[in-house]
Ligand binder design. Structure first.
Ligand code: SAJ
Length: 412
């Protein structure tokens, strides 16, 4: 049986490789020739634990091939980006383009699955696009039990960057069909490689579930971030407050940081806000609180930087979270860049996951240095990311220096 995975990014490529390793004949499709050539050479264009080995094995076994054109397949899986527009509205143009690319190839009996995080109603929109392009096919209709010629379902990805390959098979999945028959047909694909449970529902519920999961995390992180600002006002230690509050059996507060990064938690809540702007008040406010935390952290750091004229400033970490080499959508990176632009010659970045400073730092005078070098020369030390490589540091290592620890790493 043939599966076409449209989009070979952080979700599509691992999913294609996992499907191939479970015996499916997989064609991974991407608009980028560079991506297609890289994958066909058995290599990866993204960093993710265990992914290189899995892709290499799948290509060598002949179960995975990559192409720039969509083949005819039994299952189509859409895993393309759904970014935010400048007005904080979801941009579904890549999903719609994927639907248009699939439409000419799809045969009766096929199943089209959307995995991309999407506003509610997107799976039905994909069905509508295919219906427009293929008047010969009968499409399933939401709310009706009549079978269509093809099945359509929404099955959101839930994997954590850094643990994608493991979580792809181990997490439970939610499978939302346009009809219950559609959900059952999509479940046949997922149950072949998912060790967690597959929960069937309708596509609108499944679309909402994905947005709710990431909004839930964003709201909870916002609570921690707001607490950290309140604690500063009150002159109490937020890490002590959270650790002790969490000794209550029904309290489980997350960790404050320099803001929320990544491609999902800081984006998906806006999809809910856009769909229900008057009612999604807490979710909108949480986004604003988390965005403010980055501004607030930078303000605090600048106060230290300005307190020691000419002192070197060590910035520990650029990644959007610990032990990952992804610097995109990272509050640590934004803060570091902003400081480098104005205090460049004083800035020393320590980032074990970077071989050189990202291009944005060019011409600022900022340097990438080792942790030891930074500790020797810097008078101000800022922890932006609690990478494992920094965790052996104890307050005594920083004696005599001004310290801002956005992650509470030294405390823990
Ligand atoms: N963060 C904090 N404090 C915390 C936890 C996280 O400041 O206590 C920050 C991190 O430093 C990072 C950001 O939040 O900047 C997001 O990190 P994360 O580990 O919470 O999440 P992601 O973006 O790596 O992955 C999330 C996951 N969603 C949930 O946990 C609900 C993952 O399961 C999703 O598949 C992924 O989004 C996605 O693709 O939607």
């Amino acid at each position: 049986h043939q599966v076409a995975v449209i989009g070979l990014g952080y979700i599509g490529l691992p999913t294609a490789a996992v499907l191939a390793s479970h015996g499916w004949n997989v064609c991974g499709v991407d608009v980028s020739e560079h991506v297609v050539d890289t994958v066909n050479a058995g290599k990866v264009h993204i960093e993710e634990r265990d992914l290189d080995r899995l892709v290499c094995e799948s290509i060598e076994s002949g179960k995975l091939v990559a192409s720039t054109s969509v083949p005819t397949a039994h299952f189509y899986m859409i895993a393309v980006p759904t970014p935010l527009t400048g007005d904080k509205e979801p941009d579904t143009s890549y999903v719609e383009a994927a639907a248009r690319a699939i439409a000419p190839k799809v045969l009766p009996g096929a199943c089209v699955i959307v995995e991309s995080t999407s506003p509610v109603g997107t799976t039905e929109r994909v069905a509508q696009i295919i219906a427009e392009e293929r008047p010969d096919l009968k499409l399933p209709v939401f709310g009706s039990d009549e079978a269509g010629d093809i099945a359509l379902a929404y099955c959101p990805e839930r994997v954590l960057p850094g643990k994608i390959v493991r979580e792809l098979t181990q997490n439970d999945r939610v499978i939302g069909g346009i009809t219950s028959d559609c959900a059952a047909r999509a479940a046949a694909l997922y149950s072949s490689f998912v060790e967690g449970d597959c929960h069937a529902t309708n596509c609108r519920v499944a679309e909402t579930v994905k947005l709710v999961e990431n909004s839930y995390r964003d709201v909870n992180i916002a609570f921690a971030n707001e607490l950290s600002v309140i604690a500063d006002d009150l002159g109490v230690d937020v890490w002590d407050v959270i650790a002790l509050a969490n000794r209550h059996p029904r309290v489980d507060i997350l960790q404050p940081g320099p803001g929320v990064g990544g491609h999902c938690i800081a984006v998906d809540p806006w999809f809910l806000v856009a769909s229900s702007p008057k009612t999604a008040r807490l979710i909108r406010t949480a986004r604003e609180v988390n965005e403010f935390k980055a501004v607030y952290s930078e303000r605090r750091i600048r106060a230290l930087v300005d307190a020691v004229p000419d002192g070197k400033v060590a910035l520990l970490g650029l990644a959007f979270k610990p032990d990952i080499d992804d610097f995109r959508e990272s509050p640590a990176m934004e803060i570091a860049l902003s400081l480098a632009r104005t205090r460049g010659r004083r800035i020393q970045v320590v980032e074990p996951f970077a071989e050189q400073l990202p291009s944005g730092f060019a011409g600022t005078g900022a340097q990438l240095v080792s942790l030891d070098h930074a500790l020797e020369s810097a008078e101000i030390v800022v922890v932006l990311v609690d990478h494992t490589a920094f965790k052996h540091l104890v307050p005594a290592d920083l004696a005599g220096k001004l310290v801002y620890d956005a992650r509470g790493m030294l405390k823990k």
